[in-house]
Design a protein around this ligand. Sequence first.
Ligand code: CTP
Length: 411
Amino acid sequence: MKAYLVGGAVRDKLLNYPVKEKDWVVIGETPESMVAQGFKPVGKDFPVFLHPQTHDEYALARTERKTAPGYRGFVVHASPDVTLEQDLIRRDLTINAMAMTEDGELIDPFNGRQDLENRVFRHVSPAFSEDPVRILRLARFAARYAHLGFTLAPETRQLMLEMVENGETDYLVAERVWAELNKALQEKTPSAFFYTLRECQALASVFPEIDQLFGVPQPPQYHPEIDTGVHVLMVLDQAALLSEKAEVRFAALCHDLGKAKTPRDKWPSHHGHEQLGVPVLEQFCKRLRVPKSFKALSLLVMQYHTHCHRIFDLKSATLVDLLQKLGATRQDNHVDDFAKACEADMKGRKGFEQRDYPQRRILLKAAEVMANVDVQEVMQRELKGAQIGEAIRQLRIKAVKHFLQTEKSQD
Ligand code: CTP
C-alpha cells in the first residue's frame, strides 16, 4: 500500500514539536481494498479508515469542490486515480500540505518546508477561501507558534480580508467557532489568535464583543497600555502563564467586556463596568454556546475582580460574601481560578508584568479560614431557617476579620 504521513504530523515533526496524532493519506486504493486489508471504515463525509493495529487514520486521497456555501457544500471525489499532489493542493496552508514516506522522505510540492523555516503562514491555493474555518485555524496556529515568530504572508492576509468582505465568516456556526476558540485558549500565546483575526478584520464579525474593546481608553495611571483591547489580550496571555485551564483564560479575556459599554463622555473612567458587562457576557456565551463552567467563572471574575484588587480595604463581611459566591466552603470551589484570573488582570498592564499580587495569597488564606470555621455550635442554638445561615455567616466574618487583622499587623 502507498501510504504517506500528512498534515500536522509532518509539520510538527519538522518543527521538532511533539506529534499528537498521525494522519495518513493512501493512494491507489478503494474502500473495498482497504476493508479487505483489515482497515475499519469510520468516515462520514469522506473515506477514512482506522489501521487495525496502530489505530492511526488513513484517508483515501481525495479532491474537493465547493458547490454551496457552508460546511456541507462540498463534492468529494475519492478514487484510485487521485494523486498525492491533488490531495495536497486542496489543503489550507503550505506548512500543512507536505507528505512524508514511511522512510522519512519529504514530498513538498508547495514549498511548505521553506515557509516553515521562514515562519510564514501561506495558503496553498485560492481554494483556501472555500472554508471560513480556515481563518480560525490559521489564527489558532498563530496562538500556538507565536513564540517562534510566525507571520502572515501578505497574499494570505489579502485573501482572508476578501473572505471577510464577502461575508464568508457569516457561515461560521457556533460549534466550530467555540471549538476553535477553546483550542486557541489552550495554546501558548492565545492573544495571537485575536490579533491575527484583527489583522484580517475577522475579529469584528466573529468576536464583535472583543473587537469593540479596541479604541476604548482607560486611565493611564492604572493602565499605561491605555487601550482596553490591548489590555484584555495582555491579561489573556498573563492568564495563560498562571493557569493551564481554558476556563481561567476565558474569564480573563472576558473580564472587562463592560468597558465597551461605558458612555464616551465618561472615558477614560469605567465606573460600574463590572455590572455593565454582565448582559454582554450572557449574550456572548449564548451565541457561542459556551459551556456552563466557563460562563460561571467568567461572571464571577467580571463582577468581582475589583473586589479582589481591593481586598485589603474590603469589609470582612463583603469578603465573606464574595468567598461564599466563590463556593469557598465546597471542595470544588472557584477560589483558586478566580484569584488567578484577577492576578492576570493586574499583571496584564504595560510595565506591571512583574509586580507582586499579594491579594491572591490573602484570598486563598481567607477562604481556608472561612472553610475551617466550626459551625457546630450554631446547630446547638435554638435557631430557625434563615437565622441559622446568618449565625454561620457571622461566625465566619469574625474569623476572617481576625485573620485580616493578623495579616495587617504583620506588615
Ligand atoms: N485541513 C485543511 N482544512 C481544514 C482542516 C484540515 O486543509 N479546514 C487539512 C490540513 O492539511 C491539516 C490536515 O487537514 O494539516 C489535518 O487536519 P487537523 O487534524 O484538523 O489539523 P492539524 O493540521 O493536524 O493540526 P492539529 O495539530 O491542530 O491537529
